[in-house]
Design a protein around this ligand. Structure first.
Ligand SMILES: [Zn+2]
Length: 681
């Protein structure tokens, strides 16, 4: 749903001292949202608009060795990290008088930066977890074990447990179970028989073996254990939904009573698991992937206790590797970032530590960030743009020539129900209950992970908090949440060279207007359109209109399926469908809103570009990027977003306004014949 990353889930008063800034803190560097120097005007825009708009940027911004790809978003995030580093370095000074929030982020960052202490401690940091696994007496004890092993934020063991909004009643929070338990990024890696997935599996087994050796296993034992992990994971992977299947929300809706869960998976002691995990009382649990739990049940019966112990040992060590001593950190980097995604070097430690702080304590760190970079005027401007894009959507729905009045009426109800969230949360999350030590990094990570898990679990039975954000204020990204029916734009994504108050409307609407339109269109893409104004999974379409809609999205599916991502790998048009529909719909809305806002104005060319051309170049320059082949290959399997080039060229070929702006002629690559143009919204 995000414009950029595929991403999962996430009260106090703002304290004055932590927000005060000194002149020595670095400010965010400025680059404009439209830079002619980023273009390559030797390229014909009607042949390859992306390279015309971004060729200069690509030449001047090679991928840094520590990155897996490099683009405008990534570069801005990097600037953010540099800026946050200044705040955190000061906050980590234990001798200065620190307020609560500064102490929290300072201790977390400081403990992470104390590499000597981390190295000295080594794997002792996870010894209690390893001891608990070694003490397992029976398969039945796996339930309480998984309840008590606490992993870092975002990591899970065997399966994913937490809470969700009831798909049928979005104001109610119920318990939730999802598939998990794999060490490779997707279940397809375990099942595909092509050459590359096979190679990746072999390389993964070597990685698992290496982790066992780091834990002290002799090479033979490590090899044997690695094979066990691969075998257990393969069984779970085969029973897991594919990413395309997961895009159908009806596949994921399987609400049941505890008794039904016990019948589905009787070899796992759910009663004990939920009691030991301190869940509030609940009656209903949504099991997103029943066949996964059936397989887990079968594996619990067929696999020996020793084999399960090997599985758990690996997953605990693998989940914590990035937070342990150098050999673990290196092995983790070598497999996940270097081998799978093509990075050449490890990121410097400070940068990793800033990211871990943002990830674990984002709403503490975000307070200082927002204070420094997000003025009330900026918020007001962004809200004005959101309102104008929503007005364009209203206009567009009202005049759609293929949709009945009945469905239009419901679509407008949904549009009116969307909540706009801009910049940062009204109430910041309170992390004061987490014990954050200045010299226990892995412990801090564990306690922050526990805090987040408890926060998710404690939502069960309580009213939904519509003010909650899933990403931090410094994040350079935006998202739509179908069950909340809200669009969210953190302060981090409303900065130059994206949202640029120094420039005029044309590039701003092309760029940020398109982002807003993108998130808004997610409410009406193939997935989001299945949820109603309240966020309930409920069909508000007439049958005929849904059929027409499906035919229109099929056009987009076919278009993107024909694109080659890297070597022999085509894009998966079904996996990327929602994002591609949002990209196209978003830019159409942005163009409408821009035209409406500037109608009657006497706009002049700038730098040899007409206002219309500047709108489109501004659009393309949101995603100027260089991408590594390994990363493109991995993303083709897991990322619902298309590669940068197709996110630009794939949109403009469907916009006659683009061809008009650049005088492109029928038959040129950036002009689709009228009858082939995809138009969903
Ligand atoms: Zn998106």
């Amino acid at each position: 749903m995000n414009r950029l990353f595929a991403c999962g889930v996430f009260a106090m008063l703002v304290c004055a001292p932590c927000l005060s800034q000194s002149a020595s803190e670095p400010a965010l560097p400025y680059s404009p949202s439209l830079a002619v120097t980023s273009m390559d005007r030797s390229v014909d825009p009607c042949v390859d608009f992306y390279t015309y708009s971004c060729g200069g940027w690509q030449k001047r911004n090679p991928i840094p060795p520590e990155e897996t790809s490099w683009g405008v978003y990534g570069k801005l995030y990097q600037d953010n990290l540099q800026f946050l580093r200044g705040i955190l370095t000061k906050a980590a000074d234990t001798k200065s008088g620190r307020d609560q929030v500064t102490e929290e982020i300072g201790n977390f960052y400081g403990a992470c930066m104390d590499e000597n202490a981390v190295n000295e401690r080594g794997q002792r940091a996870i010894q209690p977890q390893l001891d608990a696994i070694a003490a397992l007496k029976s398969i039945r004890d796996i339930a309480p074990l998984t309840a008590h092993l606490t992993l870092p934020f975002g990591q899970t063991l065997l399966f994913v447990a937490g809470s969700t909004q009831d798909p049928d009643d979005s104001e109610r929070v119920i318990a939730d179970l999802n598939q998990g338990g794999l060490g490779l990024p997707d279940r397809d890696y375990y099942t595909k028989e092509d050459t590359k997935p096979k190679e990746i599996r072999d390389r993964y087994v070597q990685h698992v073996e290496k982790v066992f050796e780091l834990l002290g296993d002799k090479p033979e034992a490590a090899k044997k254990n690695a094979d066990i992990v691969m075998s257990l994971e393969t069984a779970l992977a085969k029973a897991s939904w594919t990413r395309v299947e997961q895009r159908n929300p009806y596949n994921l809706k399987n609400k049941m009573k505890m008794g039904d869960l016990a019948k589905l998976s009787p070899n796992f002691d759910w009663q004990t698991y939920y009691r030991e995990s301190n869940y509030p009382q609940f009656e209903t649990v949504n099991v997103e992937s029943p066949k996964f739990y059936k397989q887990m049940n079968d594996s619990l019966a067929s696999e020996s206790l020793d084999r399960w112990k090997a599985y758990f040992r690996f997953h605990v060590a693998n989940s914590y590797s990035a937070f342990l001593s150098q050999p673990f950190v290196d092995e983790n980097f070598n497999f996940y970032r270097a081998y799978l995604r093509g990075a050449k070097e490890q990121q410097p430690r400070w940068r990793r530590c800033v990211q871990y702080t943002d990830y674990n304590l984002g709403e503490a760190l975000g307070q200082a960030y927002v204070h420094a970079v997000f003025s009330p005027e900026l918020k007001a401007d962004a809200l004005d743009m959101v309102k104008r894009i929503e007005a364009a959507m209203r206009e567009r729905i009202t005049h759609l020539d293929w949709m009945s009045d009945e469905t239009k009426k419901q679509a407008l109800v949904k549009l009116d129900g969307i909540r706009n969230k801009i910049g940062y949360p009204d109430k910041w999350r309170d992390y004061s209950s987490i014990k954050l030590s200045p010299n226990d990094f892995a412990g801090n990570v564990e306690r922050a992970g526990t805090f987040e898990l408890r926060r998710q679990v404690n939502k069960i039975g309580k009213p939904v908090d519509h003010g909650e954000w899933q990403i931090s204020a410094a994040t350079v990204d935006a998202y739509y949440d179908p069950q909340m029916n809200d669009i969210n734009f953190p302060a981090g994504v409303l900065q130059p060279p994206l949202f640029d108050r120094k420039l005029d409307d044309a590039p701003n609407y092309g760029n940020t207007g398109g982002t807003i339109g993108h998130e808004l269109t997610h409410g009406f893409d193939d997935e989001g359109s299945q949820f109603d104004a309240k966020g309930n999974l409920k069909d508000w379409w007439t049958k005929e209109d849904r059929e027409k809609f499906d035919a229109r999205t099929k056009c987009v599916d076919d278009q993107y399926s024909s694109y080659v991502s890297v070597a022999d790998v085509h894009l998966n048009g079904k996996l990327t469908l929602g994002e591609n529909v949002a990209d196209l719909g978003g830019e159409i809305l942005a163009y409408m809103a821009w035209q409406s806002k500037t109608s009657g104005m006497n706009l002049q060319p700038v730098d040899g570009l007409t206002p219309e051309q500047r709108f489109f170049v501004g659009f393309a320059q949101w995603d100027c990027a260089n991408e590594r082949p390994d990363d493109l290959r991995m993303r083709a399997a897991v990322d619902p977003h298309s590669p940068a080039k197709f996110r630009i060229n794939g949109v403009v070929v469907n916009m006659p306004d683009f061809a008009k702006a650049f005088g492109c002629k029928p038959g040129q690559p950036m002009v689709r014949p009228a009858e082939q143009i995809c138009r969903v919204w």
